[in-house]
Ligand binder design. Sequence first.
Ligand code: ZN
Length: 276
Amino acid sequence: MALNLEQSTSLIVERARQLMNQLIEQRGHGRPPFLSKEYAPLLGIKRIEKADLGQVSAILIKLHDGDVIRVNQMHNLARQNFSCAHEIGHALLSELNLELCIEEAEFRTFNPQAEAMAGAKTRERLCDAAATELLMPEIVFKKYLSSLGACINSIESLANIFRVSISSTAIRIAELSAEPCIVLLWRQRPGTKSKVLRLAWRVGPGKKSKGKADYMPVHTLARHTSTLYKAYQYDNPVKCHKSFEIDGSVKRLPIESKGFGSGEMRYVISLAFPNR
Ligand SMILES: [Zn+2]
């Protein structure tokens, strides 16, 4: 059986939803947070152990009497929660026998090494999709998002409610917001002291799929004189406009930005609204 990426994604997300429903039934309520340690036993994962893993976020260890997840104790709890959910994603992947289907369908090239690498990358993306649905179930997240509103100040509240990182929350907002919304992340180039922010990544609007409008900011650098840079310097959110390229033309969109983290890890998240 050969499946493309879209089909495999919907299969694994569907399985994640079943797991969520099972958890809700078991505990008798559907209120967030949804934690990896609550899901683990449902898949026969015996325990989650904190360990010194160096650069690795988490690993799933298969033992004959059940699996164990080992998670990097140096990471913050929100990240640990996501890393463990990602490993649960790996358990779902092998349970659904998706690993082989992916390689067969997507990566028939004449370079076995490139094939293996592309397959690995796709597997990681599928596990992230499963983790996202487990920790921020679409139906529950949408409810909280619509009551808080898609705005820059909702990110931190939602991250606290769902016990996930600021950036995972922002991406989920871009995916699920009823009003189209693009999320952008800016940071200084590592190792430089230059007072310039550069665009690290952007997501949205809507779920990643073919044929969706793709907004790209015309300027992917923000200098120290810009309003955006103020979000980096101070903790208050800022509002401004930015030009985006869309289908060959340029459109000015309102954006809201806020800085998070400190020191070298400091970054700015922006939300842009194409329909405002
Ligand atoms: Zn992985």
